[in-house]
Design a protein around this ligand. Structure first.
Ligand code: NAP
Length: 499
């Protein structure tokens, strides 16, 4: 699986190729329902975005084949809900430990199917595993209430019960963590589930399912469907009245269509959707910290994160200095296959992603933006686009209103705090905003004025399993992680007790 050359492979290249093949071969590739892995009539390829080569093939379920997953989840629901919380917690803890022990294997699988650098993939395995640890701890803390009615004539008993079988749909950009962020609380709450990973990156979730099996998750409690026909396969499952919850992470466009579908059965939904994060740098900021923060917020996942800094807004007086420093740092980032040592700029997910980024940069330059670094797609095998810096980006440039999803830092300037906040909020999205300032009062004032579910105040990374992750406006509904994460998978039942 190393890039093909006309030269014979060296010993270290052969070793690397062997490591890659055995990591891929360790992943079961069937449909996973009721604790059994079964073959489907069709299979679909999984590609390495850094070479375009096919890594393996996995089940490509039809709607009829996929029905077995919901059947299994529905059949297992009652027993799983009745399983003692401590037991559910211990299963989650075991899965957490296995993931940590197998970090290298899971990270390599992720890098191969998604392209992100191995160091980031290891970070994602740790992040993903932490959701299981966090929700193992939450499983035994589901509480309720008991109170006297104001008139004193009855008692109110308030109980928390699992919502029921859940459908979990995840994107390709964080193939493992977006899965555990849903599976962890679902399992902790006593819900069974069917998970559908993105068709570009099914291997991480298939590997996770096998880890969960080994950790002792009973048959039917977690089921996995992989398919190239997401709409045809998921629509009947969403409309099936046995499904009681839809938790989706992906684009706002698809999220909106799934919300419409879920409305037909008034299904509970959680939506983690797209973003258009502003990154504000005030003239009183620690500029070095702001540059490092921008680098993290921009380049994590090769710019393919919902939390990526999409619009970098810098106060006039420090804008040139900031641009020079950020350009210098971006120019140093090594580009290559994610499996290569030291690489930071891996490939984008597919050729369409490179086309999109190329068009957005072309549009911005055409409207007067200044290209300071990169800006030319890289030909050859794999879907590479270089680290790119644009300054003087006009507000009308398409990339100011579109998720770039690539390694492009787009810098504009502002004069006043009010202007910065107005521009930052001028978007239908509201996932995360970042601001850098050393003025504490300004930091808090602007944090509150920003229309976002999350704010990075002097920080370029906000994600943490113990914190509530989610957006406002068209970036979503609900929160994942934190103390409230489990609530998304629980119903409140009130029992009025006569005396
Ligand atoms: P996507 O195209 O919306 O796909 C997300 C998932 O939905 C995939 O599994 C996809 O399957 C599936 N899907 C697509 N159409 C469907 C349909 N009609 N019915 C049922 N399932 C359907 O998003 P993506 O390109 O994978 O991910 C990138 C997007 O996710 C970005 O907008 C990013 O901002 C967002 N995101 C948000 C968060 C957050 O927490 N807010 C986190 C990560 C990513 P296929 O792969 O088969 O199309």
């Amino acid at each position: 699986m190393t890039q093909s050359t006309s030269q014979p492979l060296s010993q270290s290249e052969r070793d690397q190729s062997e490591r890659e093949s055995s990591a891929v071969a360790s992943v079961p590739t069937g449909l996973f329902a009721a604790g059994r892995w079964t073959a489907t009539a069709r299979r679909m390829p999984v590609q390495d975005p850094s070479t375009g080569e096919v890594l393996t093939e996995v089940a490509d379920a039809s709607p009829e084949e996929a029905a077995a997953t919901l059947d299994a989840a529905a059949a297992a629901q009652q027993d799983w809900a009745a399983t003692p919380p401590r037991e559910r917690s211990e299963i989650l803890s075991r899965a957490y430990r296995i993931m940590v022990e197998e970090t290298d294997r899971l990270a390599l699988i992720m890098t191969l199917e998604m392209g992100k650098p191995l160091a980031e993939a290891r970070g994602e395995v740790a992040y993903a595993a932490e959701f299981l640890r966090w929700f193992a701890e939450e499983a035994v803390r589901i509480d309720g209430g008991y109170m006297t009615a104001p008139a004193g004539d009855s008692r109110f008993l308030v109980a928390r019960e699992p919502v029921g079988p859940c459908l979990l749909i995840t994107p390709w950009n964080f193939p493992l963590a977006m899965g555990t962020r849903k599976i962890g609380p679902a399992l902790a709450a006593g819900c069974t589930s069917v998970i559908k990973p993105a068709s570009h990156t099914p291997l991480s979730i298939l590997a996770l399912a096998e880890v969960l099996e080994r950790a002792g998750v009973p048959d039917g409690v977690v089921n996995v469907v992989t398919t190239s026909r997401s709409n045809d396969v998921m629509t009947p499952l969403i409309l099936d009245p046995r499904s009681r919850k839809l938790s989706f992470t992906g684009s706002t466009e698809v999220g909106k269509s799934l919300l419409e579908l879920a409305a037909k059965t008034v299904m509970r939904t959680s939506m983690e959707l797209g973003g258009n994060a502003p990154f504000l740098v005030f003239e009183d900021a620690d500029l070095e910290a702001a540059v490092e923060g921008a680098l993290a917020a921009k380049m994590r996942n090769i710019g393919q994160a919902c939390t990526a800094a999409n619009r970098i807004l810098v106060q006039d007086s420090v804008a040139e200095e900031f641009a020079v420093r950020l350009t210098r740092r971006m120019a140093e980032l090594p580009l290559g296959r994610g499996v290569e040592d030291g690489v930071v700029v891996g490939p984008l997910i597919n050729a369409g992603a490179v086309d999109k980024v190329t068009a957005l940069v072309g549009d911005a330059v055409g409207r007067g933006a200044r290209l300071r670094l990169g800006g030319e797609r890289i030909e050859g095998p794999g879907h590479f686009y270089p680290a790119t810096v644009l300054t003087d980006v006009p507000a009308e440039a398409e990339l100011c209103s579109t998720e770039v999803f690539g390694p492009v830092a787009a810098i504009s300037t502002f004069e006043t705090e009010d202007e910065a906040v107005a521009v930052a909020n001028d978007t239908p999205y509201g996932l995360v905003s970042y601001l850098f300032t050393t003025d504490l009062a300004r930091g808090l004032r602007v944090s509150h004025a920003l229309e976002a579910g999350m704010v990075g105040l002097n920080r370029g990374v906000v994600s943490n399993p113990a914190a509530p992750f989610g957006g406002v406006k068209e970036s979503g509904v609900g929160r994942e992680g934190g103390f409230g994460g489990i609530d998304e998978f629980l119903e409140t039942k009130y029992i009025s007790v006569g005396l």
